[in-house]
Every structure is written in structure tokens, then in C-alpha cells.
Design a binder for this molecule. Structure first.
Ligand SMILES: [Zn+2]
Length: 325
């Protein structure tokens, strides 16, 4: 009985938080005048902590304001100017650091927009390599194409990281601590998360996608996601039992105050989807047949961007085999 009451109280709190988030969404959309694919909608997550959410499902970005400057988490060349404009409305402090969750274009290509503030661009060594090896080439190709949708690339420059780390890095400034952890190979070859203990928030990058079928980490035409590694990364974050109110997703809306329930849902997504593929394999169905008529489990039927499932069905299929199916 007590469990039911607690659950209900939690659900009510979550609804109240969601209503607040929707109010933000409405006003910001009105300001921006409607449906631009690259539009970012600001949501306040905690005191001085903001998520810039892309409602069409492209990459989110975020930032934290401290008394000694701003840290930006993720930057897409197509819309990081919107994040900067919103930062300027909130504070006169400079952007001191840019951190990326991984080296894909929708998270890592927009650092040029912050050039006036001369921030330090921090990445893992592995991300640095992916930036040189894949993303730069794709960026340059788009820059050269001259198509109207490539305008953001045409006017910008590709910026490579200033500082590379391996494993973990603690950054401290303006009385705020940023715990960066290289979680390993899950969504991408080197996923970085960021815990901000004083704010009780945790930036997940693309290790967390909410209300959307997760992406397979395409970087310059190469697909990097590893389902087994992704689940292990989620397990490691869960095992830390951190004092966190909100885990901030790389794609999809933020669920203020929902805590680890978001991570558990993401993990359940992979396990139940993989189980469903495995059952089809046991019936003798090949990949093409599974992809043709696959229905996601009921819990995930409402997720948007169903077209993203096909690459994952491919991954589930082959990673089931790798694991000795
Ligand atoms: Zn992404």
C-alpha cells in the first residue's frame, strides 16, 4: 500500500514537472515562430542548468552557468548559435568550456559558434581521433556542396578539441564541479557523461534517448553503436547510485525529477527488443523477414522515429550471433 502511495506521489511530482517543461516549450516555440527542423527549445532543468531540446529528434545540447563562466555540453553547427543566443539572454558570463558527449556531427561540430569567448574544447582522445578521421571529412564535404541546407557548414569552420583525456576528468570552476566520465563503447566508440553534483543533474549524451527509438551513432556514414556495450554503460551509471534528480537525454524530451527510471527504461528497451529479435531468430526468421514486419513491444510503441529501428534490428540480430546464439 505504501509502495502504491509513493509511486502515485512520484507520478504526480513528475506530472507537475512535465507541465512546467511544456510551459517552457510553448513560449519558446512561439518566440521561434514554428517548425524549423534545427530549432532548439530551452528547458530549465535546475538552477543555472538548461537543456536546449530539438523537438524533431535531432541532437540536444545543454549548458551550466556558474559564477565564473559557462560550460556547454554538446554543439551542433546547425543550431549552436541558438544556444549561444539563449546563453547571452541568461548571463553576461563567457563560455569557458565546451564538452562533447561523442564525436557525431549533431553533438560535436558547433564549437565554432562560441569562438568569441575562446572556450577550451574538451574531448576524449578517442573522440579527437574520430573528429579528425570521420567528422572533418564529412564537414568539409558538406561545406563544399553549396546546397541551401548546408549553409551552416558553409559559413562555419571545423573546430578540433584543445584538450584530450582518457578515463575521467574533474573540472571545477565557479563553485560547480563537473565529473566527466568516458563510459566506453556504447552508442559511439567513446561516450562521455557528465555529472554535476551541486545541481543533481547528469548529462547522458546519446546513452539516453527518451520517447524516441535510439540512434545507431552514424558518424560520417559509419555506424558505431554496440548494444552490449550500451547496456553495460547504463549498468555502470546505475551502479553508481548517484544523488541525481534528472538524467538529461541526448535526444528527446527531458523528464524532470524522473531520475533513474529513465535509465531503466532505456535499458529495458534494449533487452526486450533484443529478446524479441532473438525469439524471431529461434523461429527461423532471417534479418530481412524480421525487419519487414517487426512490431516493438507495447511499452515502446509510442516512441517516435520508427525508421531508426531497422539498423538496430540488424545490430540485435548480429550481436545475438556474436554472443553465441
Ligand atoms: Zn545524437
Amino acid at each position: 500500500m505504501q509502495g502504491a502511495i509513493t509511486r502515485r506521489a512520484r507520478a504526480l511530482a513528475f506530472t507537475a514537472f512535465s507541465a512546467l517543461a511544456c510551459a517552457w516549450t510553448g513560449s519558446a516555440l512561439a518566440q521561434q515562430g514554428g517548425a524549423d527542423r534545427n530549432a532548439l527549445v530551452p528547458h530549465q532543468v535546475a538552477e543555472g542548468v538548461f537543456l536546449m531540446q530539438n523537438p524533431t529528434g535531432s541532437g540536444n545540447a545543454g549548458f551550466v552557468i556558474t559564477s565564473d563562466g559557462v560550460l556547454v555540453f554538446d554543439a551542433d553547427v546547425r543550431n549552436a548559435d541558438q544556444t549561444l543566443a539563449f546563453i547571452r539572454k541568461q548571463t553576461d558570463k563567457k563560455v569557458r568550456y565546451v564538452v562533447i558527449s561523442h564525436a557525431a556531427g549533431d553533438h560535436a561540430t558547433g564549437v565554432w559558434h562560441y569562438r568569441e569567448d575562446k572556450p577550451t574544447f574538451i574531448a576524449t582522445r578517442r573522440q579527437m581521433r574520430d573528429m579528425y578521421m570521420q567528422e572533418k571529412q564529412q564537414f568539409d564535404e558538406r561545406k563544399a556542396q553549396g546546397r541551401p541546407e548546408q549553409n551552416p557548414y558553409a559559413r562555419a569552420e571545423f573546430v578540433t578539441p584543445d584538450l584530450g583525456f582518457e578515463g575521467a576528468l574533474t573540472l571545477q570552476f565557479g563553485d560547480v564541479t563537473f565529473q566527466l566520465t568516458e563510459e566506453g563503447h556504447g552508442h559511439s566508440t567513446s561516450d562521455v557523461t557528465m555529472f554535476v553534483p551541486q545541481k543533481r543533474v547528469f548529462f547522458m549524451g546519446d546513452l539516453l534517448n527518451t520517447e524516441i527509438h535510439p540512434g545507431q551513432s552514424e558518424s560520417a556514414g559509419v555506424i558505431f553503436a554496440n548494444v552490449t556495450g550500451w547496456v553495460s554503460s547504463l549498468d555502470r551509471v546505475l551502479a553508481r547510485n548517484l544523488a541525481v534528480d534528472t538524467y538529461i537525454p541526448g535526444h528527446g524530451p527531458v523528464h524532470l525529477g524522473r531520475g533513474v527510471a529513465d535509465l531503466e527504461e532505456q535499458k529495458r528497451y534494449f533487452l526486450t527488443m533484443r529478446d524479441r529479435v532473438s525469439r524471431r531468430m529461434a523461429q527461423g526468421d532471417d534479418l530481412a523477414k524480421i525487419q519487414k514486419d517487426f512490431q516493438p513491444p507495447e511499452e515502446f510503441a509510442r516512441y517516435s522515429r520508427k525508421e531508426r529501428m531497422n539498423n538496430f534490428l540488424n545490430l540485435f540480430f548480429h550481436q545475438n550471433i556474436e554472443r553465441g546464439f
